[in-house]
Design a protein around this ligand. Structure first.
Ligand SMILES: [Zn+2]
Length: 245
């Protein structure tokens, strides 16, 4: 067997292993193959494919990630996520895939929750995060989703403020600083974006990729925590799409 060079995950930066059976490098830290894609099973019984797959070998030097991403566990260090939603008897479930279609985890909502309460699990079924919505008595009240990581600390919040007959969403970091506002130029039911105060793109959520409302893609820029981007997409999806089918 040839000696292989040490290589690092192109997604999360941890060391990868070569799996002879799959003829590919695999990251056990974020559960990601490095050079091939897998079809995604959808709730409608169809197979969806990841848009494009980077089939270059994983790097021999540890890739540099934005410094504040490095405190995250590997599942929350990706630049892109594919999400498939299913509505089950016990509540909504979102499956988290990486860009090439490997399952990385699951987000499970509680059906009896008034405010929207979600738990995030990794591929080993370990609880890695929570999104907790505050209950609203009326549709026009402010709505807040608080984001907590697996060890408990508050990581950020998603706040929906109701004004002029529409809801405007804002993102806050762990220190309660406003970090994101909607890109008002792009606000369709199939695509939405958050920008910082200078108008730089923070993240985009795109439902057009798969042409079904229960699947979407999240693209994360280097200036926002992927964990917050993921939580935002789930919270918004749940708010706007839970009642329409
Ligand atoms: Zn990885």
């Amino acid at each position: 067997m040839p000696e292989r060079k040490k290589r690092f995950c192109k997604f999360c930066g941890e060391q990868v292993d070569f799996l002879e059976d799959f003829n590919d490098y695999f990251c056990q830290h974020c559960h990601s193959f490095q050079t091939h894609a897998e079809p995604i099973d959808t709730p409608r019984g169809k197979k969806a494919f990841a848009s494009k797959v980077d089939n270059t070998l994983p790097p021999e030097k540890q890739p540099s990630l934005p410094p504040f991403w490095q405190q995250n566990i590997p599942i929350f260090r990706h630049r892109e996520y594919l999400i498939v939603q299913a509505i089950l008897s016990w509540g909504p479930k979102y499956t988290i895939y990486n860009v090439s279609g490997q399952k990385m985890g699951e987000i499970r909502g509680k059906v009896l929750s008034w405010g929207g309460d979600f738990e995030i699990f990794d591929f080993n079924n370990n609880l890695v995060g929570r999104i907790v919505g505050t209950p609203q008595l009326f549709g026009f009240q402010d709505k807040t989703f608080k984001i907590y990581d697996h060890t408990g600390p508050f990581r950020g919040a998603i706040v929906g403020r109701y004004a002029f007959l529409k809801r405007k969403w804002e993102l806050y970091d762990a220190h309660k600083n406003l970090i994101g506002i909607p890109n008002e130029q792009i606000w369709f039911k199939t695509n939405w974006q958050m920008v910082d105060s200078r108008g730089n793109l923070l993240l985009s959520v795109d439902k057009k990729l798969f042409a079904f409302r229960d699947q979407f893609r999240i693209v994360v820029s280097e200036t926002i925590d992927p964990f917050i981007a993921l939580a935002y997409a789930i919270a918004i999806d749940w708010m706007y799409f839970r009642k329409s089918d």
